[in-house]
Write a protein that binds this ligand. Structure first.
Ligand SMILES: Cc1ncc(COP(=O)(O)O)c(C=O)c1O
Length: 446
């Protein structure tokens, strides 16, 4: 494809250094399978599934066809006081994939909306049970739950929070981060086993400080994705479930990244053998092609919310929440086709298999390179962590990201990490190329 020019003056780019971008733009104009075509006509490997979304690879015909068909059948229908057939079918498929009693899907359009929706459900649920005083939320340091005020408040990435001061939710605390850079800097496909009890702080300090009876919910990403693929110690997630059960606290898994196959199974919940009370999803559910997110709630939550209205007139709305585009028929048609494609092509199994290939490749090619201080791989994702340049945090990772891009490989800078999380259709040759380009770039920026 020939070089394309267009005016780039009017888009303010999200989570992007705009001044840098203007000097060296990275613009995609086409994509197929694992590859992008840029506005300069170059080919770039999508080493990050386009922000953890494009699990089945780009330009998948069954998804495209489903969208086109849906547009010609029912383009849109109001989501309030009515619904559409595609939303019910998609909810049915998603509930069938979810573990335990997670059976009721509240649709929204993004991971951020899913985070805020789940926090609101938690408050409304406790109020419905007569425990409206439970209004403290607990997140985790370096957690990411999107950019809404709720998600940002329970999130723990300092740069995302620092400008917003008292606008953040007031009754929020954070558990400590799950990384041990001394004993567990290198993790290769298995859960780290810690001698220290990472949740003792929650039990002995955070819960008593707020009093457990005031706590509405604890929200975590099973694996800390946006921060740079940091993995909890063995037993952590199970013990968190036990602590929540002991104190009547809801447990929310934000599976916007770990959901739909990244760990070789349906959800992180399955990987860790723990059923949360709510599970947030987005991204891969439509292969990233059309925005769709949601919260899968337990029967218990739904039944409680309905039960609280048993004496209310039938026209009374039980939960005053929703989005104009909740369960959009075109997005749901895309989800149905995506979930069918995942199953038909056994893509989650493939993610598990290729995850081993990626883990082997990253550990053998990157360990020992200059400035590399950690490598963590699990499922079809991995991060290499670099020592920061004193005084300019994140610069080394950013420079390496840019060099990789100029050599035809898209990786993701996250703090001092470079993250690789390719589509599940990735082949060994792609992995070798991604990792070799990354290794060369790390060497170049030593
Ligand atoms: C765990 C998690 N939650 C929420 C979000 C926010 O999703 P969105 O950007 O769709 O709002 C993300 C995005 O990466 C995420 O990783």
């Amino acid at each position: 494809m020939a070089y394309q020019t267009f005016n780039m003056d009017h888009q303010w780019l999200p989570f992007t250094p705009n001044r840098n971008f203007a000097k060296d733009p990275r613009v995609f104009v086409a994509a197929d399978g694992m590859m992008f075509t840029t506005h300069e006509g170059k080919q770039v490997i999508d080493g990050i599934s386009s922000l953890w979304c494009v699990a089945a690879g780009h330009n998948r015909k069954p998804i495209n066809e489903a969208i086109k068909k849906q547009l010609d059948t029912l383009d849109y229908a109001t989501a309030f006081q009515a619904s559409n057939d595609q939303a019910f079918v998609a909810a049915d498929m998603i509930a069938a994939m979810a573990p335990g009693d997670l059976n009721k899907v509240l649709f929204c359009n993004s991971g951020s909306e899913a985070a805020d929706t789940s926090l609101k459900v938690a408050l409304a649920y406790h109020r419905a049970r007569g425990e409206g005083h439970r209004n403290v939320f607990i997140g985790r340091e370096r957690g990411y739950h999107g950019v809404g005020f709720g998600g940002m408040s329970v999130g723990g990435i300092p740069a995302n929070r620092k400008a917003y001061g008292t606008a953040l939710l007031p009754r929020v605390d954070h558990m400590r981060f799950i990384h041990d850079p001394v004993n567990h800097a290198y993790i290769h496909g298995e859960e780290p086993v810690w001698t220290e009890d990472l949740l003792a702080e929650l039990e002995n300090r955070i819960l008593p400080l707020h009093d457990p009876s005031n706590i509405a919910a604890i929200i975590i990403e099973p694996i800390s994705g946006s921060a740079g693929w940091y993995l909890p110690p063995q037993g952590y997630v199970k013990r968190l479930r036990e602590i929540c059960d002991k104190h009547g606290i809801l447990l929310i898994f934000d599976e916007v990244i770990t959901g739909f196959g990244r760990l070789g199974c349906n959800f992180g919940a399955d990987f860790y053998g723990v059923v949360p009370d709510m599970l947030n999803f987005a991204k891969c559910v439509t292969n990233g092609v059309i925005p769709l997110g949601g919260v899968i709630c337990s029967d218990r939550i739904y039944d409680t919310m309905m039960g609280a209205h048993s004496n209310a007139p039938e026209h009374a709305i039980e939960f005053f929440h929703g989005y104009t585009y909740s369960g959009h028929p075109v997005a749901c048609a895309a989800a149905i086709a995506t979930l069918e494609l995942f199953k038909q092509d056994k893509l989650f199994e493939r993610a598990g298999q290729m995850g081993k290939v990626l883990g082997d490749a990253m550990h053998s090619a990157l360990m020992g390179l200059p400035n590399v201080i950690g490598i963590r791989t699990l499922g079809l994702a991995g991060a290499v962590e670099l020592s920061p340049i004193v005084g300019t945090p994140g610069k080394r990772a950013f420079d390496i990201f840019m060099t990789c891009y100029h050599h035809g490989v898209l990786v993701r800078p996250a703090g001092e990490n470079l993250v690789v999380c390719p589509p599940y259709i990735v082949e060994k040759e792609h992995i070798d190329r991604i990792v070799n380009v990354l290794a060369d770039a790390i060497g170049q920026h030593a």
